[in-house]
Design a protein around this ligand. Sequence first.
Ligand code: PLP
Length: 367
Amino acid sequence: MIKYCDLKEINKRYEPALTEAVTRAAQSGWYIRGKECERFEQAFADYCGCKYCVGTGNGLDALTIILRAYCEIDAMKPGDEVIVPANTYIATILAIMEAGLKPVLCEPFTDSCNINTKLIEGLITENTRAIMPVHLYGLVADMDTINAIAKKHSLKVIEDSAQAHGAIYNGKRTGNLGDAAAFSFYPGKNLGALGDGGAITTNDEQLAKAAKAIANYGSHKKYINVCRGVNSRLDEIQAATLLVKLQSLESDNKRRMEIAHKYNTGITNPHVSLPATGNNGEHVYHIYPVFCNNRDSLQQWMTENGIETLIHYPVPPHKQTALKEFNKLHLPITESIHDQELSLPCHPAMSDNEVEKVICTVNSFTV
Ligand SMILES: *Cc1c(COP(=O)(O)O)cnc(C)c1O
């Protein structure tokens, strides 16, 4: 059986350093907002090429806290609008709503599946304050165009980088391609913790300070609360494991790209469409999606042949019961992506034999 994402095998490769890091944190006697978190924030800021990094409890909170921090420093106010791709994971949209802002859903491009930059200006109103591109599947969105539109209309650009740790666009890394960025360190992400974790990166000192306070009960100084915050911190054990895994993020991403390249050249089944590739380093293949009109039979075929696949995602956010107010929207591109997408196993612990088996099985699928 080839697993979709074999976390046990993935994390085994970091031993004994991973266990040593956990032990170090466990025995330190300090578990929240200590040296490990500080070291990781510095290391991750340096890696992204950013001035500031603020650890958070998870990726959803990182997104929400950025928006709440913008409200705190008067760059936005409740009720303002944020333009977001309709085919994202629901977290991006929930974060906007949680911060008291209004998500405005934008269709994606059919090829890259990232926000269709040709449609953004048509969605801008006097209440629009930000564009929130998502680097979906690990492929960087069209940031030059997004930043140009944002500049023209005085909007903030907030990257949802939860799927694109380490991707490079025009020589810069994700996390440093807009005004602020949110990362998730959910275990299955390209940089994954041994539990939940997240981070905000930015070059904006005022925003970083406000975000850091909001993540810690609205407090810079113990028991002095300057705003209404939340409890969302990156704990010492997670920070210590992330410090270990960050050292291998480059080589892990390289292996993902290598596997993706094998899929790109090896999969020749005419019933299966391959994903957009991007320039060198622009796609870190958190997910390797293929698209097929008979997606469910393809998935069944893969399962019968011992290959686990996933669907990202079976139901688009605007069709979820949780987002009733959007249920009447008709977004045909988003809906067709959700109907056709199938994610193949693509992780750094996969062997070449396993990759070959996936290719052969996809190629032998008949409708
Ligand atoms: C994983 C993910 C998130 C949320 O991250 P959590 O750490 O699970 O809260 C947000 N946006 C996207 C696109 C994601 O893939």
